[in-house]
Design a protein around this ligand. Structure first.
Ligand code: NAD
Length: 557
């Protein structure tokens, strides 16, 4: 039995350069028990999202990274190192491809057959690309999304008193896993009340330990009562309710619960990671393994009941959205005819941000020193003094967000902003303002790096939702621009057959070469988001491209 994994800290190198060392530390950090959901199985988050295919492959990746030259590139195929090739110093040190299957074969059955044979692994988004930072990563996106919900409710004339916060509202959601665990804190940061249904008591306890969740109960009645009292007193509160969402959502609907906002973040994208009603928690994984087809049918039937209740709340006037886990399509398969009556969160709230190339920008202090993140927080505020929304987030995050694993931060920045932050961090490494290099990356959920018709590219203006050329171009351009590692994945977030997406990470090691690479990668990466939205006909994207001097052939200007 191996002991817990923890990334090395401090300024001492185990590898032959910081680019390789950064990859090594971020891989290990993904499997730190503070960060990963099931590190003993190499599972980082998102149902079965893994950092390496198996322990032998993990050990081999670590070995290869420690000997890798600064003119070599390690190739990783679905979590297994398959080659070290001579490249050059501008090339990425690691190139990763996870879970990719040819179109007609791109389904869970085929994936699981290959997984059983030990030939493939599910990389989710930042699990297999080694830039997961725990719940904070999703907290920022969730904070953005619930902020947009609050503004929409205020603009609609309801809850005018709330002035764009969630004060006076009750949100109902489910799933307190790696991603979903951010929901309670995001809602209370906006002043609201949340009831979060979760079937696994350990997950509830974990969120309470990390102070993402305020309180817990096993009773639907007392959860509702506490929520109503808190709402009426305008007191932000999050309640973890132990139960199965497929049972509790319909029950709350039947009780005429005064719910204002409804969403869900169970691992619905993978039917084997959704607990069907009537199946005991302790039987979950045995039954899923024993008869995956039966389990899938049961899970889809339960998701249909779960989503029927969400549609019921919609009919009563609640704000209802799919939070990027594909529950609508699974529910449709389970027999829910009205599953797509409510929208996904991207077309509902996030697309205008994507038009500007805005999206998640995250960084981790390879030193392990929280003071380094505090210094970078100050640098971000100095760089963007007029961005009030950013100031509020960075300040609240500094106060409320505990670090998991290596200290890290995330905020959303757009095209023309990210490279400024990257260059400043690189200067801070060079000058010793921070005590070791900084890893800078992002989620694949971004403006130009993903094709996902049930999520990031749902309802594109020109109908181009399923065109996956864009994430592939994004990965190619990040490779050409000098990222430290680049990845192309399939199936993250929404499951097999439903998405293709790319990631990049750069190590700011304080060198002149790193500065030149950072400037290019952190300009070009969000640029692909603007290009993608200009191409799809979005006016704001065209204006951003014009204002910020992005050259786009075949446009009017
Ligand atoms: P996870 O597997 O860590 O957590 C899922 C949680 O749902 C678990 O705690 C599980 O016990 C619980 N659960 C499963 N079935 C349940 C049921 N019937 N009733 C109540 N609880 C149940 O997954 P995660 O990392 O939290 O991700 C959740 C989903 O969000 C995934 O589908 C993921 O792909 C998706 N996702 C969304 C975004 C986004 O930006 N919105 C980003 C990444 C991933």
């Amino acid at each position: 039995m191996r002991g817990p994994i923890r990334a090395p800290r401090g300024p001492t190198l185990r590898c032959r350069g910081w680019q390789q060392e950064g990859a090594l530390r971020m891989l290990m950090n993904n499997l730190d028990p503070e960060v990963a959901e099931r590190p003993e199985d190499l599972i980082v988050y998102g149902g079965s999202g893994k950092a390496a295919r198996n322990w032998a492959a993990y050990d081999a990746i670590v070995r290869e990274l420690t000997t890798l030259g600064s003119d070599e590139t390690l190739l990783v195929q679905s979590g297994k190192p398959v080659g070290v090739l001579r490249t050059h110093e501008w090339a990425p040190r690691v190139l990763i491809a996870n879970s990719n299957l040819v179109g007609d074969w791109a389904n869970w059955d085929e994936f699981r057959r290959l997984e059983q044979l030990g030939l493939i692994m599910y990389g989710q988004m930042t699990a297999g690309s080694w830039i997961y930072i725990g719940s904070q990563g999703i907290l920022q996106g969730t904070y953005e999304t619930f902020g947009a919900v609050a503004r929409k409710l205020a603009a609609s004339g309801r809850y005018r008193h709330s002035r764009g916060s969630l004060a006076g509202t009750i949100t109902l959601t489910a799933g307190l896993g790696g991603m979903g665990g951010a929901q309670p804190l995001a809602v209370t940061m906006h002043g609201g009340v949340a009831i979060c249904v979760e079937c696994d008591p350990d997950r509830i306890n974990r969120r309470m330990e990390h102070h993402f969740l305020d309180t817990k109960t096993e009773s639907v009645e007392s959860a509702l009562q506490e929520a109503i009292i808190a709402r009426d007193e305008n007191h932000p509160l999050s309640i973890g309710l132990l139960g199965n969402a497929a049972e509790v959502f319909p029950q709350l609907l039947h009780m005429q619960a005064p719910i204002d906002i409804v969403t869900d973040q169970t691992s619905a994208h993978d039917p084997l990671a959704y607990l069907p009603a009537g199946v005991a928690l302790e039987d979950w994984h045995t039954l899923a393994q024993k008869d995956p087809q039966w389990f899938t049918d049961e899970a889809e039937r339960s998701m249909a009941a779960h989503v029927e209740a969400m549609v019921g709340f919609l009919d009563r006037g609640a704000e209802v959205f799919d939070y990027g886990n594909s529950i609508r399509d699974e529910a449709r398969k389970g027999g829910c005819a009205r599953a797509f009556d409510f929208p996904g969160f991207v077309p509902a709230y996030i697309r205008p941000l994507f038009e500007e190339g805005r999206g998640p920008f995250r960084w981790a202090a390879l030193s392990g020193e929280p003071a380094d993140i505090a210094a970078t927080d100050r640098a971000i505020l100095d760089l963007f003094p007029d961005d009030e929304h950013l100031r509020r987030w960075i300040t609240l995050a500094g106060e409320k967000v505990p670090f998991q694993g290596l200290p890290a931060r995330i905020c959303w920045l757009g095209y023309g902003e990210r490279h400024r932050a990257g260059l400043r961090f690189n200067e801070m490494v060079a000058s010793g303002e921070v005590s070791a290099p900084i890893a800078i990356g992002r989620d694949h959920l971004d403006a130009g790096s993903v094709a996902s018709p049930y999520r990031e590219t749902e309802a594109m203006a020109d109908g181009s939702d399923a065109i996956a050329d864009w994430p592939l171009l994004n990965a190619l351009v990040n490779t050409a621009s000098g990222a430290s590692w680049v990845s192309i994945h399939h199936g993250g977030g929404v499951g097999m057959g439903r998405s293709i997406h790319a990631g990049q990470v750069c190590i700011a090691d304080g060198t002149e070469l790193a500065a030149r690479k950072l400037e290019r990668v952190l300009t070009n990466d969000p640029a692909t988001g603007v290009l993608r939205h200009v191409d799809a006909g979005y006016q704001r994207a065209a204006a951003v491209a014009f204002e910020r001097g992005l050259h786009i052939p075949m446009t009017d200007r």
